[in-house]
Design a protein around this ligand. Structure first.
Ligand SMILES: *Cc1c(COP(=O)(O)O)cnc(C)c1O
Length: 411
């Protein structure tokens, strides 16, 4: 049996412990939802104020040049590249994940013009399916989306498939796919692979180029702490750049946007992935989160993340085991991202009661309680304290209070 002292001791030995103080966290609250919206770096407030008051307020239009607003998507892209095993010039920070996925898969389809099928995991985060269904409908009736679950990949990745489009860490279960093995297998069949890194960037070491990945996308408001709705990113391997055009050919992806020419001419390299004017306030704040992540050692993040999730599973099962929670995440931590999901028929009100008690996770329909672990600001003691509150809610049946059953728009 563990005690709180065990976890306090781990915190004292934790090489990442110093990062916690860089984040604005509510006292007494245990935030286990960094996989949905990362916590705010304290410095983000100062950076936002600078952009509002000086750069926008005083310097106005000049700031595109003097404060390098124009280069921000590339500068941040290069920093993200360092976190996901990409090279400079292969990543740009822009738009929402879904929009980037549209551009990435459209590009991949054009790079593999003999084939018309996109293979996806049906149980993936639905926007990915929706975006590619929209793309395929736009391209015409020759094109097709096929769905497969993990156990079917080996059979369904075949010579008809142009693009395999997968999310490395599953948004609900936290299951981690073997990027290297799947990429190799798909490429042997002549497919291109587009990876979604929404739940892996900043959560674990990702090495796109070591895996020979073709294209990738991901978001910055989860583990990269970029802020609500912060711009996502898109990666295009150097070998695929300058070959075909992505379809959202706006002026920011033009090779000379300020020549205001009538006809589109693609910009060189990764710049062609841009479309329109960037949200500078959001980008500026995003950079603060990316810089914090860049200062941490990704292997230490992974080691701590695995320990946090392992302890959480162990404690929930030993202290709340009798209440019927079922582990949905892989038990093997080599196959698990930085989150833990349990299913329970009363998952919704239980999660609401947990949030009320200051343990903030989230609920994913139909019955999943989801807890995300962010090694930069979650401590080991957080795990112990969270499970004590969890146990208390179950023991007292407080989750049965009617107020916990009222559904909010965002769960
Ligand atoms: C969070 C997430 C998204 C978010 O998409 P947006 O277009 O940025 O809202 C997309 N896909 C996956 C797998 C996600 O986890």
């Amino acid at each position: 049996m563990y005690t709180r002292e065990h976890f306090e001791k781990l915190d004292k030995q934790d090489p990442l412990a110093g990062f916690r103080d860089q984040f604005a966290l509510n006292p007494g609250e245990i935030y286990l939802d960094g996989n949905s919206l990362g916590a705010r770096p304290k410095k983000a407030a100062q950076r936002a104020a600078e952009v509002l008051e000086q750069e926008w307020g005083q310097d106005l239009i000049r700031s595109w040049n003097t404060h390098h607003w124009f280069e921000l998507p590339y500068r941040i892209g290069d920093k993200i590249a360092g976190l996901i095993g990409a090279d400079k010039g292969e990543v740009v920070c822009t738009d929402a994940t879904g929009i980037n996925l549209y551009k990435a898969v459209a590009t991949a389809l054009k790079l593999n013009p003999q084939r018309k099928v996109v293979l996806m995991e049906g149980s993936n985060f639905p926007t990915n399916n929706y975006m590619i269904q929209g793309l395929v409908a736009q391209l015409g009736s020759d094109f097709e989306v096929r769905f497969a679950e993990e156990h079917e990949f080996a059979d369904k990745i075949d010579e008809q498939v142009a693009v395999v489009c997968l999310t490395q860490v599953h948004y609900k279960s936290g299951r981690l796919l073997d990027m290297q093995a799947i990429t190799e297998q798909a490429q042997q069949k002549g497919c291109l692979v587009v990876w979604d890194l929404c739940h892996s960037a900043g959560a674990l070491p990702v090495d796109l180029n070591a895996a020979n990945a073709d294209l990738a996308v991901g978001c910055t408001y989860k583990y990269l702490n970029g802020g609500p709705g912060s711009q996502a990113f898109i990666f295009v391997a150097k070998r695929h750049q300058n070959k075909v055009n992505q379809p959202l050919s706006g002026w920011w992806g033009h090779n000379a946007p300020f020549n205001f020419e009538r006809d589109y001419q693609p910009g060189a390299g990764i710049s062609q992935m841009l479309t329109g004017t960037q949200g500078i306030l959001s980008l500026a704040v995003t950079e603060v989160g990316i810089d914090l992540m860049g200062a941490a050692d990704m292997q230490q993040i992974r080691t701590k993340s695995q320990a946090l999730t392992r302890y959480f599973i162990e404690l929930v099962e030993s202290q709340c085991g009798e209440y019927g929670f079922k582990l949905v995440s892989p038990r093997d931590e080599e196959r698990r991202g930085s989150q833990v999901a349990f299913s329970h028929a009363d998952g919704y009100p239980i999660m609401q009661a947990l949030i009320d008690a200051g343990v903030v996770g989230d609920f994913r329909a139909p019955d999943i309680l989801r807890f995300g672990f962010a090694p930069l600001y979650n401590s080991y003691a957080d795990i112990w304290d969270a499970v004590q509150r969890f146990k208390e809610i179950m023991l007292t049946e407080r989750w049965q209070e009617p107020r916990f059953n009222q559904r909010h728009a965002v769960t």
